[in-house]
Design a protein around this ligand. Structure first.
Ligand code: TYD
Length: 205
């Protein structure tokens, strides 16, 4: 397998973190050199920015300020972690990437998709090779997410209507980029979801 950049996306509590870990473990067991990383975060500087974003009051930042912070974190992550790994021939599995900004800040938090796209083109200009979007019922996902009570619930705290908008946003994105984005039915147990991910990956390789 050649170096690949694979991302997982979905609403809060969709199980994408579990699936990212499982895929990384499967590929490692097959002898692939894999790094598993996440956003916001994934490099020391970006992890510092993460704390500003995921903790505290939902109204702490305006949508515009959020876009700048997420993009700053992503730029550092790209420079320090993702690009060096890809250049070294590794496979990078990332839990969230630019699609999250397109949907959370570009659509659900306000009508700011153009701003998100311009900043992406200017500062990131990199797409994953393959993206899994874990699609599921927001009520079940939200209950899971809040049950974790991680102290990182700033976005979960925006409520069910917000999660429904997010789901619709991810579905639209998948329809717009069908060659890269694959919708995975997340309304099943982790084994069944992992099976769907593997089927899509095998077909894509
Ligand atoms: P994450 O750590 O993936 O949380 P979870 O595991 O609960 O899904 O992401 C933290 C929060 O940041 C999450 O609510 C989604 C949000 N987010 C954005 O709003 N925009 C972005 O660009 C990214 C990467 C995340």
């Amino acid at each position: 397998m050649t170096a690949r950049f694979i991302t997982f996306e979905g609403i809060d509590g969709s199980g994408k973190s579990t699936q990212s870990k499982r895929l990384a473990a499967v590929l490692k067991a097959q002898g692939t050199d894999v790094i598993l990383t996440r956003e916001p975060g994934g490099s020391p500087g970006a992890e510092e920015i993460r704390r500003l974003l995921v903790e505290g009051d939902p109204d702490r930042w305006s949508p515009e300020t959020e876009i700048l912070l997420f993009t700053a974190a992503r730029r550092d992550h790209l420079e320090k972690t993702i690009l060096p790994a890809l250049e070294a021939g590794k496979t990078v599995i990332c839990d969230r990437f630019a699609d999250s900004t397109r949907v959370y800040q570009g659509t659900a938090r306000g009508d700011l998709r153009q701003t998100v796209d311009q900043l992406h083109d200017l500062m990131i200009a990199r797409e994953p090779d393959l993206t899994f979007i874990i699609d599921m019922d927001p009520e079940i996902a939200l209950a899971r997410g809040l049950a974790r009570a991680s102290g990182e619930d700033r976005f979960e705290d925006l409520g069910l209507a917000f999660q429904k908008d997010l789901r619709a946003g991810f579905q639209t994105l998948a329809a717009q980029a069908p060659e890269r984005c694959h919708l995975i039915d997340g309304n099943h147990g982790p084994d069944a979801v992992a099976e769907q991910v593997r089927t899509v990956l095998n077909a894509a390789l």
